[in-house]
Design a protein. Structure first.
Length: 305
């Protein structure tokens, strides 16, 4: 079993599930959402990230790069097509502006890092959240990790885009999960393909299966929809999702308010922002608009949490 790349392990989180949690961010995702808030988590492979705000222009990286991949003339600073990931520039960078995004970690290493906070998990009814990227891209590894966490008495939560092979997931990962936050972003298959890079049939099927599984177990399942201007926040999309949740017997859901700070993150790993010039994408949503979105769910007696 090959170890996946982990982008980060964030301790003391209070935003990714109940209580105090440690969040493990996997690298790699089967979707390609236009508004991805963690663009560095999309590719499965390791890559160089560059934060222009931290750079002090000492020039060390340009001097040491054996491939001449670093240049101030490059709008993304590093030419990822010729970079051989040797890591010399990262080592020489005094300010932390350059970093290697993604480190291969084994189950033991991850458990060792997160278990230090077990007293906080226990005191706050928290635990460990597996996020990404998409952890189910590595179902065997995910299953092993979840099993170990449960053996250590740690509560487990998975954040997923829902695109996974059900049989494998049901056998290897589901038995060790206490909670799942399941994203349903766009209901229309063609629009889902347009904005997220794939169709959503498997995602909706998997949600239905988990809703059924949740009725016969203690699994806590929370559907979540990120609000993205003009893409997911349309009345038609929200009504379709709310209707689908009703059909599947869901009484609770979450709407994730839009955060316009993501476009700046794209350039760190050399990705062009695909909504450049879209002003709505650069603004916070008004409270009034969020309330209108929420009413679509509450009118259907779906409680928003
Ligand atoms: S990782 Fe190596 S090849 Fe890539 S930019 Fe840095 S020094 Fe150059
Ligand atoms: S080594 Fe770091 S701080 Fe110096 S120029 Fe390169 S990125 Fe900037």
């Amino acid at each position: 079993m090959k170890n996946p790349l982990i982008l980060d392990i964030k301790g003391n989180s209070q935003d990714d599930g109940p209580g105090i949690r440690s969040v493990v961010f996997f690298k790699g995702c089967p979707l390609d959402c236009v508004w991805c808030h963690n663009p560095e988590s999309k590719r499965v492979e390791c890559e160089i990230s560059f934060d222009a705000n931290l750079c002090v222009d000492c020039g060390h990286c340009r001097e040491v790069c054996p491939e001449k991949a670093v240049s101030k003339d490059n709008p993304f600073y590093v030419d990822r097509d010729i970079c051989n990931l040797c890591g010399l520039c990262v080592k020489e960078c005094p300010s932390g502006a350059l970093d290697m995004a993604g480190k291969a970690l084994g189950v033991d290493e991850i458990v060792k890092k997160v278990i230090r906070d077990k007293p906080f998990f226990d005191a706050s009814k928290g635990g460990v959240t597996l996020s990404g990227g998409e952890p189910t891209l590595f179902t065997e590894f995910l299953g092993e990790l979840l099993k170990r966490l449960k053996q250590e008495g740690v509560s487990t939560l998975l954040e997923t885009c829902g695109l996974f092979a059900w049989e494998k997931f049901e056998k290897l990962a589901l038995p060790w999960l206490d909670a799942i936050y399941f994203d349903i972003k766009i209901f229309d298959p063609a629009l889902h393909r347009l904005h997220c890079g794939t169709e959503n049939q498997v995602i909706l099927e998997n949600f239905g299966r988990l809703a059924t599984a949740g009725k016969n177990s203690n699994l806590s399942l929370l559907p979540r929809t990120p609000l993205v201007p003009g893409i997911t926040d349309t009345r038609q999309n929200l009504e379709s999702i709310a209707g689908f949740l009703q059909k599947n017997g869901q009484k609770k859901a979450a709407l994730l308010p839009y955060n316009p700070l993501w476009p700046d993150k794209c350039s760190k790993t050399g990705q062009a922002c695909r909504v450049e010039g879209d002003l709505a994408m650069k603004k916070w949503m008004s409270r009034e608009h969020i309330s209108q979105c929420e009413s679509v769910f509450t009118e259907r007696k779906i409680e928003l949490v």
